[in-house]
Design a protein around this ligand. Structure first.
Ligand SMILES: C[S@@+](CC[C@H](N)C(=O)[O-])C[C@H]1O[C@@H](n2cnc3c(N)ncnc32)[C@H](O)[C@@H]1O
Length: 247
């Protein structure tokens, strides 16, 4: 029998593996529900009728939803963060903190690798969430995961258009995960771009499924003048992977 996919991809304690399996199952069940499928359909219809991509009613609907990055994408994100040795990661859109757990594991392990080589380094994941009830659930999950996860995360509560502009940002950002409502993708990238190191990785979720809603972001990231090399990875919904390589 094939081993479960989590331990094949991710180094983590049995407790964290069990937590991740539970959270992914809960998120997947919500996403499969009829009300959620109808919600996404309505969003597209509203966008085509009124060009409105998001609004307060959509926020209300999403307040008790995980909308977690799918497990296979989370494995990819973790492996990318490990292989690139990322130390400072920004996550735009944290919700109940599922993808953040993977990012935190990767950063913690990258820091440990550097320390084993005698280097003094720090690293963290800056997580962002504007909904207080979601932030509280995320903190509960990270506490359950334990210090290998919780100790690496700084959660900035509030609108990330404010919280990511604060002075106390890391000088250099190695990795940016954009798992946020589509109108926020480009504004977030523009805030973080001056801090991106050469070779930094930027991921944006669901770029194929929500292509019309991502039009501005994709125009920007695909314009060579803006300094990115980019491709879409054919995960469900599409995952746009870009690397910052300014001339
Ligand atoms: C797709 S979910 C994130 C899922 C999460 N990455 C995971 O895998 O578990 C997007 C989240 O972004 C949050 N969000 C939306 N606009 C925001 C803003 N302006 N500032 C901070 N968070 C925001 C939403 O409340 C929502 O919880």
């Amino acid at each position: 029998m094939a081993p479960p996919p989590g331990p094949l991809a991710i180094s983590a304690s049995p407790r964290v593996h069990a937590l991740l399996a539970r959270l992914h199952a809960a998120s997947a069940a919500q996403e499969k529900s009829l009300s959620q499928v109808w919600f996404y359909l309505k969003r597209f219809i509203t966008f085509y009728i009124s060009s409105s991509a998001w609004g307060p009613a959509a926020d209300d609907h999403m307040r008790d939803k995980f909308v977690a990055l799918e497990e296979d994408k989370c494995h990819f994100v973790y492996l990318l963060a490990r292989s690139s040795g990322a130390l400072n990661i920004v996550e735009a859109g944290t919700s109940f903190g599922v993808s953040t757990i993977y990012l935190a594991l990767a950063v913690g392990q990258n820091v440990a690798d550097q320390k084993a080589l005698g280097r003094t380094v720090n690293g963290k994941v800056i997580a962002t969430e504007k909904e207080p009830t979601k932030a509280a659930r995320a903190r509960e999950h990270w506490a359950e995961a334990g210090d290998e996860v919780a100790g690496v995360i700084e959660l900035r509560e509030g609108d990330l258009l404010e919280t990511l502009k604060r002075d106390d940002m890391p000088e250099q950002v190695d990795f940016l995960l954009l798992d946020i409502w589509t109108p926020m993708a480009l504004p977030t990238l523009q805030i973080i771009k001056p801090r991106l190191k050469k070779g930094a990785i930027v991921l944006a979720d669901n770029t194929k499924m929500a292509r019309p809603l991502y039009a501005e972001y994709l125009d920007y990231i695909q314009n060579p003048a803006n300094g990115f090399k980019t491709t879409e990875i054919p995960y469900s919904g599409g995952l746009q992977m870009s690397v910052y390589l300014p001339e």
